[in-house]
Write a protein that binds this ligand. Structure first.
Ligand code: FES
Length: 119
């Protein structure tokens, strides 16, 4: 387990996550609304809003290559690394997801103050 993240349990199991037919769910991770997506049995988590003009990604879709496509202007983002693969120069904030024996966890950023991790 990395010290870099603050791991937050979001579900007891993968079956508890309310994925839509597009494979994307919006969930609350310790007070933060984020998207969780499933593609080829792998879980991803990323920002709820598109970095371009705040389109709600839960209403988008996942293309055949595993990119999330925003419903508003169809910009595409790699769910693994947040790259804007359709080339407009944006970056999608994303977090690691771990499926463990005791639940599903998202590694959120640790709170910082002037770049220093707080305990
Ligand atoms: S708001 Fe998402 S592509 Fe424009």
């Amino acid at each position: 387990m990395s010290e870099k993240y603050r791991w937050v349990k979001i579900a007891e199991s993968i079956n508890e996550i309310p994925f839509g037919p597009n494979g994307i769910a919006e969930i609350n991770a310790d007070g933060k609304e984020i998207c969780i997506a499933i593609f080829k049995e792998e879980l991803f988590s990323f920002s709820r809003k598109c970095p371009h003009a705040s389109g709600l990604l839960v209403h988008g879709y996942i293309d055949a290559l595993g990119n999330v496509v925003c419903p508003v202007h169809r910009y595409k983002f790699c769910m693994k690394n947040g790259r804007n693969v359709s080339g407009e120069g944006y970056y999608l904030k994303h977090w690691p997801v771990e499926l463990r024996g005791d639940g599903v966890f998202v590694g959120l950023d640790k709170p910082t103050l002037f770049g220093i991790n707080l305990p």
